[in-house]
Design a protein around this ligand. Structure first.
Ligand code: PEP
Ligand code: MN
Length: 263
């Protein structure tokens, strides 16, 4: 179902006024984790002002250590709703368990399936039974074929609103958090009609690489970027080192405007 051979034209996914895969670049911005009402609403207002088209924010966090901040959970979802109300930006948040599916369907505009759950096939099937747009992130060590097969799991159940996300993969290189596989964008666009977005923040793990990698993503034909933005990266509860401040995000958006059509 994801194969371009049987569906030559690009799929455009409409999300409450925003679009992914259309003429305009989709820009999903926001903090790794929702931390407070002031934080998420403040960031949402600023990224909206700069031209972001969707707001991201983790409420349930898949952390490597069980002792790390696990997210604000249901309360985080409530705060995302407030941020959407204040800005009109549709919200994207990661679903980790089938238990929370119903609440996510009611609350968020895009369900994010994280890299660690890319091959959680039961979760994919359940998400496939809904009609909610899904942002499917490439697994830490997943091949392009495996990512596409995970998209198939969702689509086979009837939900064809799948956005693919390249977020860097594990290689022998340790300087960067992951290795951004830009050729995956080219391959995915060739093999599939689904929109492809790039997450340079998780790929690099370093804030100062985010702008240049975003430009590179556009140059290879990505339909959008997902960028972590935090008001106080030094004290962020998650992924501060790769997060840019709202002011820098505004500068980044200006330079992306030279390369792509943005709202
Ligand atoms: C995230 O988007 O904050 C995240 C946890 O991403 P990934 O699943 O790609 O690691
Ligand atoms: Mn993160």
């Amino acid at each position: 179902k994801a194969n371009r051979m049987f569906h030559p034209e690009n799929t455009v996914i409409s999300i409450e006024g925003a679009e992914v895969g259309g003429e305009r670049l989709a820009v999903i911005a926001g903090p790794c984790s929702v931390e407070s009402e002031a934080q998420i609403v403040g960031i949402a207002r600023q990224v909206k002002e700069s031209g972001a088209t969707l707001l991201r924010g983790g409420a349930f966090k898949p952390r490597t250590s069980p002792y790390s901040f696990q997210g604000m959970r249901e309360e985080g979802l409530e705060l995302l709703k407030i941020a959407r109300q204040e800005t009109g930006l549709p919200i994207v948040s990661e679903l980790m368990s089938i238990q929370m599916l119903e609440q996510f369907v009611e609350t968020v505009d895009v369900i994010q399936i994280g890299a660690r759950n890319m091959q959680n096939f039961d979760l994919l099937k359940e998400v496939g039974k809904t009609s909610k747009p899904v942002l499917l992130k490439r697994g830490l060590s997943a091949t392009i074929e495996e990512l596409l097969m995970s998209a198939e799991y969702i689509m086979a159940e009837g939900n064809e609103n799948v956005i693919l996300c390249e977020r860097g993969i594990r290689t022998f290189e340790t300087y960067t958090r992951n290795t951004l596989d830009l050729s995956a964008v080219l391959a995915l666009k060739r093999l599939s009609h689904l929109p492809v977005v790039v997450d340079p923040s998780h790929a690099a793990g370093m804030w100062w690489m985010v702008e240049a990698l975003s430009k590179a993503a556009i140059a290879v034909g990505a339909d959008g970027v997902m960028i972590e933005v935090h008001n106080d990266p030094t004290n962020a509860k998650c992924d501060g080192a790769q997060s840019i401040k709202p002011e820098r995000f505004a500068v980044l958006m200006q330079s992306l405007r030279e390369l792509a059509r943005i709202e």
